[in-house]
Design a protein around this ligand. Structure first.
Ligand code: NAP
Ligand code: MG
Length: 499
């Protein structure tokens, strides 16, 4: 079997897709010759198969990353790393359209928003970390006349990275670009559902001029390839995005050599709407917060809390907003803002929550929008669903659903709102809507979450840190934290005296 295959996109053009493991700047077969299939979630059809790594392949990739680190990358200056990353940003810009189309095909992401918003973020963060490469500083600590300490930031060495399917290229870019800027080499595993864009990206790594072994891209199963990376004795740091359950496995596997660990896990983020807010704005942002990427978002605002006096008014505005702007359909149709879910497994999972809400908990369900496409298509489509008057002990209020399903619950005043907002085991993102400046900041301080949005939701910026409280994770990515998590500190004590 060849290491490249021709893929015809729904837009008509054909492109060459690499399907091997990307090790030492080359695409190679896996040792077992085993393949995994990747399916188009829009129609349930096979797109292609790619080589899947086993433990032996991971070991080879880690050796390549180690060799590259010791012989080349650790000797490269920040300026050189920055130049390579700038070249990478230019190449991503040049290939923006095809990269967006690949993820729209493989992950069902609406092409319009993917090519605009997601790819813009990837390009922006690549330039941001390119600029950071030569600005990583240490510190100087005077101790006495004859003694001082200086602290320097050094890369970990070989970093393992494991990413999910909800933003295939963006999640990988958050991790790869910052780890490279900080001076590490990488073995990264894509999600088994979405291997294609990251393999294509491997070609840009070569074109940009990164030395062989600096970035190694692996397709494969979490239980085999992922767990081999997490437990590998020669991987110095592991960074993961995905479910809390797998995050816990990663942390355990990492104990073998006490790897440093960064985990971005699940969430059950609230959107809290006070009666003194701009309600139509709150409805607009709250809809974006849950329905962007079909609710497959770790920071999805899947719980909306509304102050009781404006509950009915908000609900009407929210439904109007969904009808107007959250349109289920084919990802390559310009009007589509809600594509299919990633897989049959996820669709069944989401629908089992909907069934539970209706049949077991007897909650009141509102189905919004035109469900025609969902009924006609063979793909994994799900309409936006609202459950109203949901109590805080409901399974739907407490568990991450990861689909276009949102609960709405009343609250009464500041304290009740805050208690309800914090009433889950997660703490990733929280949105609060109010026009009272004191209340907004006090509420923000009271929220147990790594990110708070005041009068917006899911409005990320790559210059700010991102990460979770409680079961939502450990560590931060992006912004200055993006460099911080990929460096370790060395304190060098200097004695100038003769004694
Ligand atoms: P997941 O199982 O946590 O997968 C995330 C990544 O971890 C994938 O690359 C996966 O590989 C890998 N993995 C799985 N088991 C592993 C193991 N034992 N050791 C090392 N790596 C392993 O998430 P999922 O199955 O894709 O989605 C399930 C749920 O996770 C979702 O419903 C959602 O609640 C949550 N999720 C959260 C985020 C987020 O951004 N926080 C993103 C995606 C999903 P495979 O692809 O082969 O499984
Ligand atoms: Mg796929």
């Amino acid at each position: 079997m060849s290491l490249f295959t021709d893929i015809k996109l729904p837009t008509g053009e054909t492109y060459k897709q690499p399907i091997g493991l990307f090790i030492n700047n080359e695409f190679v077969k896996s040792h077992s010759d085993e393949l995994i299939e990747t399916i188009n979630p829009t129609n349930g059809e096979l797109i292609t198969s790619v080589y899947a790594a086993n433990e032996q392949d991971i070991d080879i990739a880690v050796k390549a990353a180690r060799e590259a680190y010791e012989t080349k990358w650790s000797k490269t200056s920040g300026v050189e790393r920055g130049e390579l990353l700038y070249r990478l940003a230019e190449l991503i810009e040049q290939e923006r359209d095809i990269l967006a189309k690949i993820d729209s095909l493989d992950a069902g992401k609406p092409y319009e928003s993917n090519s605009q918003s997601d790819l813009s973020q990837i390009i922006e963060l690549t330039k941001y970390f390119a600029g950071y490469s030569d600005k990583i500083k240490g510190s100087y600590l005077p101790i006495s006349d004859e003694k001082f300490v200086y602290e320097i930031k050094e890369p970990y060495g070989v970093v393992g990275q494991i990413v999910p399917w909800n933003y295939p290229l963006a999640m990988a870019s958050w991790k790869i670009q910052s780890a490279l800027a900080a001076g590490n080499t990488i073995v990264i595993k894509s999600a088994e559902n979405t291997p294609l864009s990251l393999l294509y990206f491997g070609q840009l790594i070569v074109k940009a001029g990164f030395p062989p072994g600096v970035v190694n891209i692996i397709s494969g199963l979490g239980s085999i390839a992922g767990s081999a990376i997490a437990s590998h004795e020669d991987v110095d740091k592991i960074a993961f995005t995905g479910s809390t359950q797998v995050g816990k496995h990663i942390q355990q596997a990492a104990t073998s050599n006490l790897k440093a660990v960064t985990l971005e896990c699940g969430g059950k983020s609230p959107s809290v709407v006070f009666k003194d807010s701009n309600l139509s704005n709150a409805a607009k942002w709250s809809a974006l917060g849950i329905f962007y990427n079909t609710g497959q978002n770790c920071t999805a605002n899947s719980r909306i809390l509304v102050e009781e006096e404006v509950y009915d008014e908000f609900l009407t505005l929210f439904q109007e907003e969904i009808k107007k702007n959250w349109i289920v359909g084919d990802p390559f149709d310009d009007k589509t803002t809600v594509g299919p879910l990633i897989s049959k497994v996820q669709l069944d999972r989401v629908q089992s929550y909907i069934k539970h809400g209706e049949e077991v908990e007897k909650l009141s369900k509102l189905e919004v929008g035109d469900s025609a496409i969902y009924k006609e298509q063979k793909g994994w489509f799900q309409n936006p669903i609202i459950f109203k008057d949901v109590p805080t002990d409901s399974k739907l209020f407490q568990e991450e659903i990861f689909g276009p399903v949102v609960t709405i619950t009343k609250f009464s005043g500041f304290e009740d709102g805050l208690t309800k907002a914090n009433n889950t085991k997660y703490g990733l993102g929280s949105a609060v809507f109010t026009n009272n400046i004191q209340k907004a900041h006090k509420f923000g301080r009271g929220l147990k979450a790594g990110t708070v949005w005041i009068n917006s939701s899911n409005d990320e910026d790559i210059r700010a840190s991102f990460g979770g409280y409680k079961l939502s994770g450990i560590g931060r990515e992006l912004g200055e934290s993006g460099i911080e998590v990929y460096t370790q500190t060395k304190a060098i004590h200097v004695n100038l005296s003769e004694e």
